[in-house]
Design a binder for this molecule. Structure first.
Ligand code: G3I
Length: 371
């Protein structure tokens, strides 16, 4: 650890004692937002208990650690626009205010996706899909209303989310079937028209593990650029597993995505420690074999997770000028979507909101990267 880095941690800890006197906060360790390269955003997806202020321990942690937030579910189509003539902005407004009150970059997630979108958006007469004109009009209304409402307050939007299959072809989503392949271009146009200053992102998963999917994302970016439509960054969600992607995979992915000219974001980072196979159906109890860490995480796995996170951050730091933001998908292990009835341990804080060895190792990497 450099002397300068060490001094930063000491001063961060001292500031904490002086301003809060809280051992609970001190237990969180140094603040990631003070350690990342200048200009980087580092954040977490927050849930409604957090943005509404009920989960006070998490609120303290988010406030202390991060300079950006993403909405885990609150700004999705179904949350904001459940019926054609009805928008529900109350919880979303509180989410935006939560971030603005803390001086954070507030992210919007997301505008156009095949999931968490109400049926009416795609429905036409007699059970058929709506025609292109109708669907485009609904898309435009949604985007202009939502982006317009938060104009100047939201830093950037995931305009289109998960438009690709794993082989890099375009997913056959209702948006694509109703509008055609140019639904992506139209969504970016509508978002730009609603707020010419908001950042516009394409966001997807498996871009680091699957080169053919990454090639698909690069085609989307280049297509927008050739049409003269603005796109500011591409998000690799970062739903990773121990060992996949490797550090070399992440390095290659960032290099190739950045070669398009747009910045790269890691938008939904977590590290899944459980096999996908054997996940219980919603509401069902997991089998013991599918839930190996129900009573806690063995130390060797805890250490392997810490090493994986450290390696990942080392690579991200070699690309510090290519990356604009790293966002974890959740704050602590208990908050994560990856639990789904099982005990998973994908994040940097444990269920008691104590920093894990992975947090300590990420901090060490962040403190030693400077030349
Ligand atoms: O709010 C209801 C609750 O009232 C009900 O009792 C409960 C019963 O299942 O469901 C609750 O809704 C759940 C919601 O999360 C809020 O917790 C939904 O069932 C559940 O499907 C939903 O999952 C979200 C998922 O997106 C949906 O696709 C996860 O929280 C959220 O983390 C996840 O986030 C996605 C990103 O948006 C896109 N990339 C992948 C990422 C992980 O899947």
């Amino acid at each position: 650890m450099s002397r300068r880095g060490f001094a930063r941690v000491l001063s961060a800890a001292a500031g904490l004692t002086a301003t809060t006197g809280s051992s609970r906060l001190l237990a969180q360790g140094p603040a990631l937002k003070e350690l990342v390269p200048s200009g980087w955003l580092i954040g977490a997806a927050v849930n409604q208990n957090q943005s509404d202020g009920r989960d006070t321990v998490a609120v303290d942690l988010i406030t202390r650690q991060f300079n950006t937030i993403s909405p885990e579910n609150l700004l999705k189509f179904q949350s904001l626009h459940p019926e054609p003539d009805r928008f529900t902005f109350e919880a979303a407004d509180r989410y935006v205010a939560f971030g603005r009150d803390r001086g954070m970059a507030v992210i919007g997630h997301n505008l156009v996706w095949h999931s968490q979108t109400p049926r009416w958006v795609w429905d036409g007469p007699d059970g058929a899909l709506a025609d292109r004109t109708t669907m485009l009009a609904r898309m435009r209304t949604h985007i202009s209303t939502v982006v317009g409402r938060y104009k100047g307050r939201i830093r950037g939007w995931d305009v289109v989310n998960e438009a690709l299959n794993d082989d890099g072809t375009l997913r056959d989503s209702p948006w694509r079937r109703g509008i055609g392949d140019d639904y992506i271009a139209r969504a970016f146009e509508f978002a730009n028209a609603a707020d010419p200053n908001v950042e516009l992102y394409y966001n997807d998963y498996n871009l680091a593990t699957r080169p053919e999917k990454r090639a698909g994302a690069i085609r989307i970016i280049k297509d927008l650029q050739q049409r003269g439509i603005r796109i500011d960054a591409v998000g690799e969600q970062g739903h990773w597993r121990l060992g996949a992607p490797t550090a070399a995979d992440v390095d290659r992915a960032i290099t190739e995505l950045r070669a398009t000219g747009v910045k790269v974001l890691i938008t939904e980072l977590d590290v899944n420690l459980l096999a996908s196979a054997g996940a219980p159906a919603p509401g069902q109890p997991p089998s013991p074999e599918s839930n190996p860490y129900a009573d806690g995480l063995p130390d060797d796995v805890q250490q392997a997770l810490a090493r994986y996170y450290a390696d990942a951050f080392r690579v991200l730091l070699t690309h510090r000028d290519d990356i604009a933001r790293v966002t974890f998908w959740g704050v602590s292990d208990g908050d994560s979507w990856l639990n789904r009835g099982r005990a998973n341990y994908p994040l940097l804080w444990d269920r008691q909101r104590r920093p894990k060895p992975a947090f300590d190792d990420v901090v060490k990497v962040l403190m030693t990267w400077r030349p």
